[in-house]
Design a protein around this ligand. Structure first.
Ligand code: CIR
Length: 257
């Protein structure tokens, strides 16, 4: 799929005070801001029109826009984030989605769903069940996707310690290729794909982002770079060290369609 648009949101001054389990120290705000600017530039260079929303000081994690929506060119789904302090981010995104998409659906009731748990591979959506996304959330999304002829499959990652979202550990790179954390490499659901398995010590780099001709890769993971280049992918390195400190990866920082 060729992407033409992206939405991002600037990190606010409150960014260092968001949710984290990483134990990598508090992020440096100036560095996070610079990394965000560079990230948006990379999306622009990849051919996307990037719309950067203003920071939301009340929501330190709002920079991770991927978690509040699932987007396709002709519709969007507003999620209901699993972490209580993030739930209000979705309502902030609703008017933005209405501006860009003809049809906007919403996950509601007791369902919870984070966009980071949703991994699309061509016409299949893999829906991660995690501490953030519950069965009801996945089922509500599956029903919406089914309406648009997408197939969905549930992937339960709740027993995997230290993996926040499905896409923290598995990302589709196009060309029938999955980039995987070794802990998910044996899953039957992915057996039909060509596997690129990152070494466990580079598990963070399982969250790479294919955007048109390039694969964006977090800086600092040389074995993953070699794996991707050997497989023929064009790699673009991006420093996201300050986002890693808040459990965030490359994909979390944008919505793409
Ligand atoms: C959180 O815990 O929700 C944020 N600090 C990090 C969210 C990262 N998002 C993602 O992986 N899609």
């Amino acid at each position: 799929m060729t992407f033409t648009h992206a939405l991002t949101r600037k990190p606010g001054n409150s960014f260092p005070f968001g949710i984290t389990t990483a134990e990598l120290g508090r992020p440096d705000l100036a560095q996070a801001q610079a990394q965000h600017i560079r990230y948006c530039e990379a999306l622009t260079q990849a051919g996307l029109h990037v719309d950067t929303l203003p920071a939301l000081e009340f929501f330190p994690d709002a920079v991770f826009v991927e978690d509040v929506a699932i987007v396709e060119p002709d519709f969007a789904v507003l999620t209901r984030p699993g972490a209580l302090p993030r739930r209000g981010e979705a309502q902030e995104m609703l008017p933005v989605l209405k501006q860009h998409f003809g049809r906007v659906y919403q996950i509601d009731g007791n369902a919870t769903l984070d966009g980071g748990d949703i991994c699309k591979a061509d016409d299949v959506y893999y829906l991660g069940l995690s501490d953030r996304t519950n069965l009801e959330g996945a089922q509500q999304l599956a029903a919406i996707l089914n309406h648009f002829d997408y197939r969905s499959e549930l992937i339960d990652i709740r027993s995997l310690e230290g993996i926040l979202h499905l896409k923290s550990a598995v990302n589709y790179l196009g060309d029938n290729t999955m980039l995987l954390d070794p802990r998910l490499a044996e899953l039957k659901a992915f057996e039909a794909y060509h596997h690129l398995v990152v070494p466990l010590e580079e598990a963070y780099a399982a969250n790479c982002l294919r955007v048109n001709d390039v694969v964006m890769v977090p800086a600092g993971f040389p074995r993953t770079v070699e794996l991707l280049q050997t497989a023929g992918f064009q790699v673009e390195l991006l420093d996201v060290s300050e986002y890693r400190k808040m459990d965030g990866g490359l994909s979390c920082l944008s919505l793409r369609w």
